[in-house]
Design a protein around this ligand. Structure first.
Ligand code: ADP
Ligand code: MG
Length: 404
């Protein structure tokens, strides 16, 4: 008799279609995005979103995630790992309920978890034994054992480690899914996701996987969120609909200084996170801004312009030299809901800007969908990273599997 795990693997691989749930909380730490998708074929050939929901983090959990990401103590990290497991399981159960699909019918969960530290190879850490570490390092917590136990569904997690172990940035991982879902036979497309950090995937006409490139462009919503929270003394967590930014004038001198940040100028492949554009950087920005005596509206307008300008800079300097023209810029992530940011972006670029919803992918759900697809690829034994995007020495199957 085959062990149970083999029976499950065999059954999964033989199915034509499966229901898979993708779960992620990004660097914004605003909440858990959960997508329930139907995956058809091996590669897969088709991905259909059946339901999507976001389970906002309770305030204390968000605060704890943010504090652990800066200077965590190990006891907090330990319980948070399990607490997030419970919340991610809750998000999976909720998206199932929304779709009226029992967990028994779900074949797999892909859980990205919550990044609490991301130290890509070029990041200078204060590590004690540099000789031991040959690569970057990264840590996504959220116990997959808890998710599997609460839902009864196998879980693929820890997607980024394998790519990093092979010398890569461990990010971005969504590009392969962008390629599967969005590559076009006649149009050069760029998929842009504006989460806490902004990243883009370049999809040249009829591209083969090794022709895709992708990288983080810099902050997405992270600095805007951080400033709004600081200024409203924690009452607000983001600039809803870009209202504050729309009321202020951009300070050009401060913007030029922001644009001189080494990460913005650095050539891809590159990835970044809260270590670079989190609270301590915001502190530096506030110090620098104090000499201009800006209002809160002017400051948030300037930070919003920084996100737009850094994306436009990346497209002009790192994308256009390689593909000549971007026919369509397909935007997703929470930042796509900020009209002031989108307006600034369109003023800086001579490209048609579309939301991913127009391509059948709800803009808020794209990353959750992507981790459902990546989990599927792990179980069917297909590679999940693109070395052209992450800088890893080779393509590889990602993740670890936890059985219920
Ligand atoms: N209506 C809105 N107006 C402005 N910003 C928004 C809006 N909705 C979402 N956002 C921004 O999107 C962020 C969440 O984006 P998300 O894609 O979930 O990022 P992450 O992947 O980092 O979690 C919020 O923190 C907020 O800054
Ligand atoms: Mg989020």
């Amino acid at each position: 008799m085959l062990p149970k795990a083999w029976v499950w693997l065999k059954r999964y691989n033989e199915a034509k279609a499966r229901l898979v749930i993708g779960l992620i909380s990004g660097t914004s730490a605003d909440g858990i995005d959960a997508a329930l998708v139907k995956i058809v074929g091996k590669k897969p050939d088709r991905v259909e979103t059946i339901a999507f929901t976001t389970l906002p983090y309770p305030k204390e959990i968000r605060e704890t995630v943010l504090s652990v990401s800066q200077n965590g103590d190990t006891e907090t990290l330990c319980w948070l790992n399990f607490a997030l497991g419970e919340l991610f399981a809750e998000a999976a159960l909720e998206v199932g309920k929304l779709a009226q699909v029992s967990m028994k019918r779900i074949s797999l969960i892909g859980s990205h978890g919550q990044t609490v530290r991301h130290l890509p190879p070029q990041f200078k850490t204060k590590r004690k034994f540099p000789c031991l570490l040959k690569t970057g390092s990264t840590l996504q917590i959220t116990s997959p054992a808890v998710i599997a136990a609460r839902t009864g569904v196998p879980v693929v997690s820890d997607f980024r480690s394998k790519d990093m172990a092979l010398g890569g940035q461990g990010a971005p991982l969504v590009p392969l899914v962008d390629w599967l879902l969005l590559c076009h036979p006649k149009r050069n497309r760029v998929a842009l996701n504006i989460g806490g950090i902004a990243n883009l995937t370049v999809l040249p006409v009829k591209a083969k996987p090794n022709e895709i490139f992708a990288f983080d462009t810099g902050p997405g919503n992270m600095l805007i969120d951080g400033f709004v929270k600081f200024f409203s003394q924690g009452k607000m967590t983001f600039d809803k609909n870009g209202e504050w930014a729309s009321k202020g004038k951009v300070n050009d001198e401060l913007l030029i200084w922001l644009m001189s940040h080494p990460f913005i100028l650095q050539k891809p492949p590159k990835s970044t996170g809260r270590e670079t554009f989190g609270e301590s950087f915001l502190g530096k920005v506030l110090k620098r801004a104090s000499k201009f005596q800006l209002s809160e509206f002017e400051l948030v307008a300037t930070l919003t312009a920084f996100t737009a300008e850094s994306i436009a800079y990346a497209i002009k300097n790192f994308v256009l030299p390689k593909i000549v023209k971007v026919d369509e810029l397909i935007v997703s992530g929470g930042g796509s809901n900020n009209p002031t940011l989108m307006k600034m972006l369109s003023q800086k670029l001579n490209t048609e800007i579309l939301r991913s919803d127009e391509f059948g992918i709800n803009a808020d759900s794209k990353e959750a969908v992507a981790f459902a697809v990546l989990a599927h690829r792990t179980v069917v034994g297909l590679i999940g990273n693109l070395p052209s995007a992450t800088g890893a020495t080779s393509p590889t199957i990602l993740g670890s599997i936890t059985l219920p």
